[in-house]
Design a protein around this ligand. Structure first.
Ligand code: EPU
Length: 417
């Protein structure tokens, strides 16, 4: 397994280009199942999760061609309607095939994802929604068996604004008979992206970005061309990197309208952030101020940036309380940050960080994608050498991270196993 070796203490100065959003690209690849015509995607990030979704689609007999940052997908016919355990296990987003398969092929067999490093992560809201649309759902031998001769529009009131749940139901409802209303829908920009994409395929979805999404079912969707939005979590990660290394980075492609909560929080922590040349200039000259934060569904502070902010708070001088309200167990990075000298105490859903202005490099282990990112950031700002093992987690969601960081002055290298 590859390792990342970082000699900390370098200020990051220069420009970082943000790639296409992982959590938009994944559902868009899968939405290609909704038509037998060609889908052309641009700005596709080079990530391990994209390789996994490609495998998942190919396994169903779908043509996927990738060239650089472009992909062409055509689901002319399906060899199988199954998403097997070994693929769902490596990438939970595979459950997004349920909606399009039900709509297009009237059935699906998808492995139950099970728990993961950040919590139990049930999918009951996806399944209840499909049931309300008219699908029969059975669980057998670790698989979800779903079938529906036809799907009929209805009102679905989500008890939690689930991101992939909203996307899954939107995809199914796009080809259902009649109108579906999703109440308490997720408002994340990636959800809006999926809706816009379906509309470009001939769908009729309105209310995107609000709590009530209305989907008028159509009889067929057609092929289209689409450029994937920039990754707001990758952007936020480099913004924190600029702050933690007292750096000066232009985060190219970052969309400020997607990052409001992050910009507000990092500004409160002492960073200067402003729009410049189609990106965000992020500068840190003074010392890092302790701030409190609470993760919330969009437009609140994103859970996907919680670990990175926590790494930053270890370098402040003072007390910070970070509460995680989206996932029940997303503090796996705490133990690793402690190995680097952090003073963090977890009490229920909150972590109390007593910032000491420094951390010292140590061997640490990555446990999930965003936890891995927080350890890279901690390593960049710590004194001495940090060695991060199990970085395959990082490759799931960060494109060539060590290369992007090296260009702006980081002393970081990947050691191949
Ligand atoms: N939930 C349920 N039942 C459901 C669905 C969700 O109880 O049927 C709960 C979850 O357990 C969690 C909360 O609702 O406590 C929110 O989960 P959500 O369904 O919104 O998360 P997700 O769709 O599984 C997506 C992203 C995550 C991101 C979350 C929250 C993708 C592929 N994944 O997950 O991204 O953290 O939304 O914003 O879009 C990452 O990129 O590192 C990542 C984990």
């Amino acid at each position: 397994m590859d390792k990342m070796v970082i000699h900390g203490g370098e200020r990051l100065i220069g420009e970082v280009q943000i790639g296409g959003a992982k959590n938009a690209a994944l559902p868009l690849f899968i939405a290609a199942l909704l038509t037998d015509e060609e889908i052309h995607l641009h700005n596709v990030p080079a990530l391990r999760d994209i390789d996994t979704v490609e495998k998942l689609l190919r396994n169903m007999g779908i043509t996927v061609k990738r060239e650089g940052f472009d992909a062409t997908i055509q689901a002319k016919s399906l060899d199988t309607i199954e998403a097997p355990y070994d693929l769902v296990r490596t990438m939970r987003a595979s459950i997004l095939v349920l909606g399009p398969l039900l709509a297009r092929a009237h059935g699906a067999k998808v492995s139950l994802p099970g728990g993961c490093a950040i919590g139990t992560r049930p999918i009951n809201l996806h399944l209840d929604g499909f049931h309300a649309l008219g699908a029969e759902i059975d669980l057998e031998h670790g698989y979800i068996h779903a079938k529906a001769d036809k799907l009929a529009g209805t009102t679905i009131d989500l008890s939690l604004p689930t991101v992939t749940g909203t996307e899954n139901l939107m995809m199914a409802a796009a080809l259902a008979e009649g109108t579906t209303i999703i109440e308490n829908a997720a408002r994340e920009p990636e959800v809006v992206e999926v809706g816009n994409f379906i509309n470009k395929m001939g769908g009729q979805i309105s209310g995107l970005g609000t709590k009530t999404v209305v989907i008028k079912g159509v009889s067929a969707l057609h092929g289209t061309d689409y450029t994937i939005m920039p990754d707001r979590v990758e952007a936020a990660t480099y913004m924190v990197a600029a702050g933690m290394t007292r750096g000066n980075l232009l985060i190219k492609g970052a969309r400020p309208q997607h990052l409001k909560a992050v910009i507000d929080k990092l500004s409160e922590a002492g960073m200067e952030i402003h729009e410049e040349n189609g990106g965000l200039r992020c500068l840190m000259t003074g010392s890092i101020k302790s701030v409190d934060a609470k993760t919330l569904p969009y437009p609140g502070f994103p859970t996907d940036v919680q670990a990175q902010l926590m790494a930053m708070m270890c370098f402040a001088n003072g007390l910070s309380v970070i509460s995680e309200t989206v996932f029940e167990n997303r503090f796996m990075h705490v133990g690793e940050l402690k190995r680097m000298g952090a003073d963090i105490q977890v009490e229920g859903h909150s972590a109390i960080i007593r910032g000491r202005g420094e951390l010292s490099g140590a061997p640490v282990m990555a446990t999930d994608l965003r936890a891995s990112a927080s350890l890279v950031l901690a390593g960049l700002a710590a004194s001495g050498t940090t060695e991060i093992s199990r970085i395959y987690h990082l490759d799931r969601g960060y494109e060539r991270m060590e290369e992007k960081l090296r260009v702006v002055g980081a002393n970081i290298r990947r050691v191949k196993a």
